[in-house]
Design a protein around this ligand. Structure first.
Ligand code: PAF
Length: 279
């Protein structure tokens, strides 16, 4: 397995693989890999001739008061996961090479960046779209794999690929959960023991929401989820919305393709999750 930091080295290795007709699959991550990432790598391995895992904590997607500096990092553990997942190449570029002095070109997916997480994290999705486009330009993957826990991110990247005619298949992978239902996230490591117990209010509320029937009033479902989460004193709701799964526009009623998306703070940790109504 190769470990590459230099952008030009990555470009030339990926260029040779592409030139030789090998299918390249990219799994972009910020590292601190967990079972959710392993699932992305498992799906990607099934598709790839050459599997590239990128590990880059992207400063451009963190706000000034967010956790860029403290975001968990463990390259040695990540390399072990990469080896056991059959990764061919880890690409871990240096921030100063990704964003050199004078950098000023950003990508913005306009409507899909607004609302939901975009409201509380202005500029976040501009940073995500920019780094993903840069990674696509460097690696030129045929396939790129993303988790659906970050659902707004997934839809937005899919839109960017269509809008900018990028020749990449975007694959979304279902959320992997802990045994009590909490969605896997690198940020779960911020939770102390009490907060970790409290966080289970999120998957429990989503489980109850899933039983909503087609035609039900979306606001009534939102009220039910809100009430369940508010029973947990450590939880502070940022948003709970029912939206169309493709446009992310708010819906009045539950219908096939409706999705409930939420962000909740448990102590200082911001957690997001979602569920799809099957109708
Ligand atoms: O989901 C993530 O880990 C990040 O937002 C991504 C897609 C790797 C871009 O930095």
């Amino acid at each position: 397995m190769k470990i590459i930091e230099d952008i030009s080295e990555m470009q030339s290795l990926a260029g040779s693989a592409r030139g030789a007709g090998t299918a390249i699959t990219l799994v972009p991550t910020m590292g601190f890999l967990h079972a959710g990432h392993e699932e992305l790598l498992r799906v990607a391995r099934g598709k790839a001739g050459f599997l590239i895992l990128s590990i880059f904590v992207n400063p451009a997607q963190f706000g000034p008061n967010e956790d860029y500096k403290t975001y968990p990092r463990d390259m040695d553990a990540d390399i072990k996961v990469a080896l056991s997942s059959g990764v061919d190449c880890v690409f871990a570029p240096r921030p100063e090479e990704m964003y050199p002095d004078g950098f000023q070109t950003y990508t913005q997916v306009e409507r899909l960046s607004m609302g939901l997480c975009g409201e509380a994290r202005p500029g976040h999705f501009k940073g995500v779209a920019t780094v993903v486009l840069k990674l696509f330009n460097i690696v030129m993957p045929h396939v790129a794999v993303f988790g659906k826990k970050d659902y707004q991110q997934f839809v937005l990247i899919r839109r960017m690929v269509r809008d900018l005619n990028l020749d990449v298949e975007v694959v979304g992978v279902e959320t992997v959960r802990e045994s009590d239902g909490l969605a896997m996230s690198s940020r779960n490591s911020y939770l102390d023991a009490d907060e970790r117990k409290a966080a289970v209010c999120i998957p429990r509320a989503l489980d109850e929401a899933r039983s909503a029937l087609s035609g039900e009033d979306a606001q009534a479902v939102i009220r039910m989820v809100k009430k369940n989460i508010e029973n947990e004193p450590l939880a502070v709701i940022e948003y709970i919305k029912v939206c169309d799964k493709d446009t992310l526009q708010a819906l009045d009623r539950i219908e096939a393709g409706a999705m409930l998306l939420l962000a909740v703070r448990i102590g200082k940790t911001r957690l997001i999750d979602n569920c799809l109504f099957t109708g």
